[in-house]
Design a protein around this ligand. Structure first.
Ligand SMILES: Cc1ncc(COP(=O)(O)O)c(C=O)c1O
Length: 430
């Protein structure tokens, strides 16, 4: 039986993240992976792929990074999870607070969803309000109902929960202003990423901050992707804003499971225990939240990133990659259909049909031909281990993939596809 069949038989969706599902990859993608090293992943037969998926952006330095793994292993050998708070837990918390300007306190947990949902809960407790305003253009904040209820996949979610989340647009302050006017004194928090494919224009984030301050709304920035990638002090530092609460995760421990909610002391302290008479908020209480291996990896990741100027590397590599993609698209006469851009430390590529709309068929074809050339490129996640050799290998793969892409534009994409077209994660039916 194939790995795919076995995976689907044992695990709903065949993976633990929908974006890892078989419906997100072309037919020639490896069904399963065995290990990773640096910027490469290997399937069980030993076949190697240059990886631009980087574990959904959880790995920012490189796979199996010795210095970081050794720090994690030291904590494993010290017991990995003790009966009271551990020394590494205190060290990690003080480090996070020292790095992030707006963070006066921090609470760790294992997954990003848990952190962002905790920010929503804390905001509701602080304001006594129930509505959440979340940015439409940002694709994911949490697997919890307050967020998933605002996507097309609402099965199993109570109607009141769906109604409590309202939507506004990125770089469109009027859309948030409208919500604030429509629901006076009802919005607990505004949740958005500081930037994704687009950066803030015309002081957008400052306007969000001002609007929140003026109306008693908690300003939540989800830095799951931007944190320690845009800047070691977060994108909030780069753009000069101060959220009330912010969340980090993904690459903060180079693949180990660490995430956190951080922010203003008066908000975070609602989850504390030492203020007599204060009504309590049950804020994140998890058995594994402060697992020592992950926190050891976080401290070591931060040290390595600072010493090796990893963030600068990501910006430089991204600039070169986007320039390379544009050159190749130009050379193959497909630059109207294959587009690269975005924030240099986190670029994107898009495949467009003749009307300029996203074409998943062309995306599948591009992905398929990059895989044929040994490059797994579901999106563009960069790491410190993407260097000159990897850029050169990417150039060769692009040359191949975009020549097939050109032929497909001329003769029809279906003729070149080996299997089904990839599907959007957020669709109502399979
Ligand atoms: C911006 C953002 N927030 C939250 C999450 C959820 O993080 P996790 O998958 O660790 O629960 C993600 C994951 O894709 C994300 O991209």
């Amino acid at each position: 039986m194939s790995y795919q069949k076995r995976l689907l038989r044992a695990i709903p969706g065949g993976a633990h993240t929908y974006s890892r599902g078989y419906d997100q990859y072309p037919a020639n993608a490896p069904e399963i992976l065995e290990r990773g090293k640096g910027a490469y992943v290997f399937d069980p037969s030993g076949k190697r792929y240059l990886d631009y998926g980087m574990a959904l952006r959880a790995v920012i330095v490189g796979y199996a990074e010795e210095e970081i793994d050794d720090a994690a292993i030291r904590q494993i050998r010290s017991g990995n999870n003790l009966t009271r708070a551990s020394v590494i837990e205190l060290e990690a918390a003080e480090l996070l607070v020292s790095l992030i300007d707006s963070a006066e306190m921090v609470k760790f947990t294992k997954n990003g969803s848990t952190s962002v949902s905790a920010a929503v809960k804390l905001s509701r407790a602080y304001t006594g309000r129930e509505l959440v305003a979340r940015c439409v253009e940002h694709p994911f904040f949490s697997y919890d109902d307050w967020f998933i209820g605002s996507t097309p996949i609402t099965r199993g979610i109570p109607r009141e929960t769906i109604a409590n989340t309202k939507l506004f647009h990125y770089n469109d302050i009027a859309s948030l202003q409208t919500l604030v006017e429509q629901y006076p004194q009802q919005i607990a928090c505004v949740v958005l990423e500081p930037a994704a494919t687009d950066e803030p224009r015309e002081g957008f984030l400052h306007h969000v901050q001002d609007l929140c301050r003026a109306h008693g709304i908690v300003f939540v920035l989800d830095e799951m992707i931007t944190g320690f990638r845009w800047h070691m002090k977060g994108a909030q530092h780069l753009y000069g804003v101060t959220p009330d609460l912010c969340t980090f995760g993904k690459a903060m421990a180079n693949g180990f499971s660490v995430s956190c909610i951080a922010g203003r002391r008066d908000l975070m302290q609602l989850g504390s225990i030492e203020f007599e008479g204060q009504e309590r908020v049950f804020l994140l209480s998890t058995t594994h939240g402060a697992e020592m291996s992950g926190l050891g990896a976080f401290v070591a990741t931060m040290a390595l990133m600072q010493r090796e100027h990893v963030v600068e590397h990501l910006w430089d590599y991204g600039r070169s990659l986007v320039a390379l993609m544009r050159r190749q698209a130009e050379a193959h006469g497909v630059s109207h259909s294959f587009v690269a851009g975005g924030v240099p430390c986190s670029p994107y590529y898009a495949t467009l049909d003749e009307r300029g709309a996203t074409s998943l068929a062309l995306r599948t074809l591009f992905s398929q031909e990059m895989l044929r050339a040994g490059v797994m490129m579901p999106w563009l996640a960069l790491s410190y281990r993407h260097g000159d050799a990897e850029l050169a290998a990417t150039e060769q793969a692009l040359d191949h993939a975009l020549s097939v892409y050109r032929q497909a534009l001329d003769q029809g994409v279906d003729k070149y596809l080996e299997g089904p077209v990839i599907k959007p994660v957020f669709r109502t039916h399979n």
